[in-house]
Design a protein around this ligand. Structure first.
Ligand code: HEC
Length: 138
């Protein structure tokens, strides 16, 4: 589980890296990872939008958001994580995409419990510990 204090530390790091990531250029077709992360997990981002829509039983809104999320995460496996730690990236990226389709199925079934379970499968640490958050080590 992702605990609160981890979140706090994590958000602090994220805030520092915000300014640099805004300058990063878009690469080919692969999404820019940092940009996708903010779109996904920032306050009011896709995760929040889906969570609150599901809470309000507004599954149409949730379905739209998850479709957008899947589109945004398309080609993630072709993106290059920081420090060129390519090893294991494909698997991690695909795992994230698989979780998003699990989430989509749960939303299509209007199953709030399954939605919650799918969200729990997004393992920030699994990626971040391996691929390192920007600025953490620099
Ligand atoms: C598929 C692997 C993966 C998963 C899962 C993942 N991240 Fe990331 N995240 C990354 C990588 C790689 C970076 C570094 C991006 C860069 O610097 O280009 C990153 C960076 C970030 C950043 C900083 C973005 C920036 O450049 O400013 C935030 C914020 C973030 N992640 C939030 C999260 C949260 C919250 C979760 C879990 C709910 C999560 N991430 C799950 C791979 C992942």
């Amino acid at each position: 589980m992702f605990r609160l204090h981890t979140w706090a530390a994590f958000l602090a790091v994220a805030a520092i890296s915000l300014s640099t990531s805004a300058l990063a250029e878009e690469k080919d077709k692969a999404p820019e990872i940092g940009k996708l992360m903010h779109k996904s997990f920032d306050e009011g981002g896709l995760r929040d939008q889906i969570k609150s829509a599901v809470k309000d039983k507004d599954f149409d809104v949730a379905a739209k958001a998850v479709k957008e999320w899947i589109t945004e995460a398309k080609g993630l496996e072709n993106a290059t994580p920081p420090q060129d730690l390519k090893k294991g990236w494909t698997k991690a990226a695909k795992g994230f995409q698989t979780t998003l389709s699990t989430l989509e199925k749960a939303i299509d079934k209007k199953d709030a419990k399954a939605v919650e379970a799918a969200f729990k499968k997004i393992n920030c640490g699994a990626c971040h510990n391996t691929f390192k958050l920007p600025k953490k080590k620099a």
